[in-house]
Design a protein around this ligand. Sequence first.
Ligand code: SF4
Ligand code: SF4
Length: 75
Amino acid sequence: METIRILLERCTDCGCCIEVCPSDALAREGGAVILAHPEDCGGCGQCELICPEDAIEVSFSIVWDNEPTREQGEG
Ligand code: SF4
Ligand code: SF4
C-alpha cells in the first residue's frame, strides 16, 4: 500500500507532478498540491522523481499474506 507525503513548505506549485501523474490523482487546491484521488494512485513514484523541490515522498508498506498458497500447501 502506497503513501504519498507532500511537503507543502517546499512546494512551489510548479505543477510538474500533476502533469506527469498517469492517474490524474493529484490536483491543486488552495495554492498547493494535494492527493485528490488516492484511490487512483498506482504508486508509480513519477511525481516524486520529477519534483524539483523534493517535496513529494512516495513510500510503500508491504502487507504479508501468510496464508499458504495451494502450491505451498502441497507436497
Ligand atoms: S512537482 Fe513538487 S514543487 Fe512542483 S507542484 Fe508538485 S510538489 Fe509542488
Ligand atoms: S505515485 Fe504515480 S500515480 Fe501516485 S500520485 Fe504520484 S505520479 Fe500519480
